[in-house]
Design a protein around this ligand. Sequence first.
Ligand SMILES: [Fe+2]
Ligand SMILES: [Fe+2]
Length: 316
Amino acid sequence: MLTPEEEAAQEHFDAVIADDSRIEPRDWMPEGYRKTLTRQISQHAHSEIIGMQPEANWITRAPSLKRKSILMAKVQDEAGHGLYLYSAAETLGTPRDVLTEQLISGKAKYSSIFNYPARSWADMGAIGWLVDGAAIVNQVPLCRASYGPYGRAMVRVCKEESFHQRQGFEILMELAAGTDSQKQMAQDAINRFYEPSLMMFGPPDGDSPNSQQTMKWKIKRFTNDDLRQRFVGMIAEQVKVLGLTLPDPELCFDEETGKWMHKDLNWAEFKAVIAGAGPCNAQRLQRRRDAHHEGAWVREAAAVYAEKMQQEAEVA
Ligand SMILES: [Fe+2]
Ligand SMILES: [Fe+2]
């Protein structure tokens, strides 16, 4: 049973959502809303941070100075995305060190795509085009998420993601216009990243029990399958510009439903990768643990400095 105050607070919350307005950190919100958002935003932050690894592996092997500086800027952007998102998650009441602990202990999830290896330079192209491309399709509607700090973080993130997607596409363009083996390398990268990038939208709607509630709360605006078919339609056109193909004989536009159809995806593999059995899960988490450990002195120094500043401010 709710007290009269809680009832009034719930009514206010419902009105804000119905009005397409925004909930801010100090506003009352149902516990389920707070929990769902904390989970979603922190998983998103973890994905940005873990997602730096497959590409960071290629910084030292980039084929030119120009490519190296572009890739460094891109990987650094992803670190920035992680930081905005951890800050947004913290406004819901869970401190950053708790969120980090959930990641490095293996308790928290992050996007399954980052547990696949980046095998060739062309993978930098396929990741930018497909992985950042899928992220954009997912995230543009999140710019209107009902929780203010999340929506605002997404606006900035999306601007940078579109640069990421274009740099990936441009890498593939250049390879596709190169020698036969370069073209083959680009095709091979697309073949490997196609299915995992489609799975980034999450399980099929029938198998995604929380979606309905997050849509009612106007955190999400479209279902997983809706976003997935939108993405597949977008890349089906773009791949023609590359003169390459998508590894999907069932890909077509259904005039009747107005939707793009694609092949069945391997959801057993998706579940296994999420559960920790992907080709790189152990390596990715170990790298994050090591980095966290190596950075301990920075956190300690920052905490001591903050304390000192606080004391000086109190004396003054
Ligand atoms: Fe990002
Ligand atoms: Fe990105």
